[in-house]
Design a binder for this molecule. Sequence first.
Ligand code: ADP
Length: 506
Amino acid sequence: MQQNAAKSQAKPQAKHNGAKYIAAIDQGTTSTRVFITDTDGNVVSHAQFEHRQHLPRQGWLEHDPVEIWRNTRRAIVEALADIDLADEDISALGITNQRETAVIWEKATGRPIYNAIVWQDTRTNPPDSRDQYRYHEQTGLLHNSYPAGPKWAWILDHVDGARERAANGELLAGTIDTWLIWNLTGGAREPHNALHLTDVTNASRTLLMDLKSLEWSSSLCDDLRVPQEILPQIRPSIGRFGAVRSRGPLAGVPITGVLGDQQAALFGQNCLTQNDAKMTYGTGLFMLLNTGQTPVHSETGMLTTVAYQIEDQPAVYAQEGSVAVGGSLIQWLRDQLGIIKTAAETETLAAQVEDSGGVTIVPAFSGLFAPRWRPDARGIICGLTRYVDKRHIVRAALEATCLQTFEVVRAMGGDPSELKVDGGMTDNDLLMQMQADILGVDVARPENIETTVMGAASAAGMGAKLIDAPLPLGPITTFESEMAGPDRDRLIAQWEDAVERSYGQV
Ligand code: ADP
């Protein structure tokens, strides 16, 4: 079992004289992290534990919810202990989480009846992909393998007696936020206190919530065969989710902010005004554009989702464009091709050549997502000549990231004057400069690129009325576009030609 407690570096000593701190849990696909920040956005402590990835079959991915809950407690304890804080120093707790990952557990014991089915798991892919737009108008989502609802139905169908037990009121369903809130507020030891809640952003990723009413839709629940009785109550993201149980760390601390991970990054980047957008460069690439109080349906392959809702206020919506392969292409260069040793090396290698030497990489490892949605595409590298060496390939990989981002930004429409960016890949200055060049707009990177967990802390701080705007992320570095128009056009034309060649491979 791989579990690394990542130690934070030189931490300032926390002030205990009445200072208020916010704790935030970031329950991600590979690890669970806890950050503690003051109300000025200074991160005073953090801790992280990885959890196991269970791959029972090709295309399946599961997590053990009990391991995730244990890691959450351990990360909270370590983050507190490292800086010598006590429960009473923490004024609010926020949660952000991997979205669309589905759990069902026993109300009486807290025991999951099956592992969590992770968002990337493809077992619920409908057989006919022409049907994917069936629920788009009502939910903003495509009916593909991602949403949580069909995953709950799969568990109910495949665990002996589960449908009867659900009908008897013995089972509870949730996404990871719901699982953590239920455990934090009581769990198996105090099941009568435990609260069964979710926030509106997580609920918007299930295929069961009506985007306008913000309630579970009985027709969707019927169609997708998920009994409404097992679903949590939907709450505004910035509001009240109860207080942490007395047993265990953070006793009595109110949970006041809950957001799905991409929405948390949007919130953390302070994209609270219509037309504000952020792009997160992690394993995949995720763009969210704030569209204000109306859900806007796209004709160009974007999803419509809830961005956040503050208690007693209308919900704010977003358009979302997700690209499957971002940083994972860099991992592939490192782990499969072995042409780099570290992700950071891409910057030095790519900087040694002026361009990619005519090479284009289309990283359609499992088809292409937004804006093209082509499950039949597969990865290709084209334009190879005897002149090309690994530096050109590495540069082409960075270009592929920028060109995929360009396509999503273009498909979103609007005319952004700058793109706010975050995520692990944005450490790479060359990538950021190439992105500004290819987009033709400024790229703005905050000093603190941990926007997801900062978004959860901001939501919690605002929910507890400790702050009235998202926490600052430090000075912004702006990358300005320097590329001449014709050069950009040539690069884009070359990319579009390569993408066409990637189609029809399966
Ligand atoms: P996630 O939250 O999806 O796990 P992160 O935001 O932690 O992802 O980013 C990690 C990804 O970024 C990895 O895929 C890694 O290959 C890539 N990455 C990290 N540093 C760099 C870098 N300097 N240049 C290019 N890619 C990078």
